[in-house]
Design a protein around this ligand. Structure first.
Ligand code: FES
Length: 128
């Protein structure tokens, strides 16, 4: 069974192959919703799309084993690139290979996950 390593929480969980990352994280008591660099995290815990892939607030960075995650689907791709309601686009820019929505990601093998990845609102990705 695949192992998901949550680096921020220093917690490893074993999940069935094909398991939904958001569901398994929640079962393990991992909080996925970080708001915008922490601001609004509590609000996002309640106000999110509950796994439909529309709000972009459950985003995580898969720092190792991204090839062991399911491929990005249309809904997830659309949310990252065009969702006007959330900051998902800003998280996605510069992290296209590693940023994923936990609710739309199936775990197929061992992965390492950074929850609540910070937004780089002043970095070179936005103003260069
Ligand atoms: S919970 Fe809304 S995109 Fe994942």
């Amino acid at each position: 069974m695949p192992i998901v390593n949550f680096v921020n929480e220093k917690k490893q969980i074993e999940v069935p192959a094909g398991a939904n990352l958001r569901t398994e994280a929640q079962k393990a008591g991992i909080k996925l919703y970080g708001g915008i660099n922490g601001v609004g995290a509590a609000v996002n815990e309640v106000l999110n799309c509950h796994g439909f892939g529309h709000c972009g607030t459950c985003r995580v960075k898969i720092t190792k084993g991204v090839e062991n995650a399911s491929p990005m689907g249309m809904v997830e791709s659309f949310t990252f690139k065009y969702n006007p309601l959330g900051p998902a686009l800003f998280a996605y820019i510069g992290n296209e290979d590693t940023m994923r929505l936990a609710c739309r990601t199936k775990v197929m093998g061992d992965i390492t996950v950074e929850t609540k990845p910070p937004l780089n609102l002043t970095g070179e990705n936005f103003f260069s």
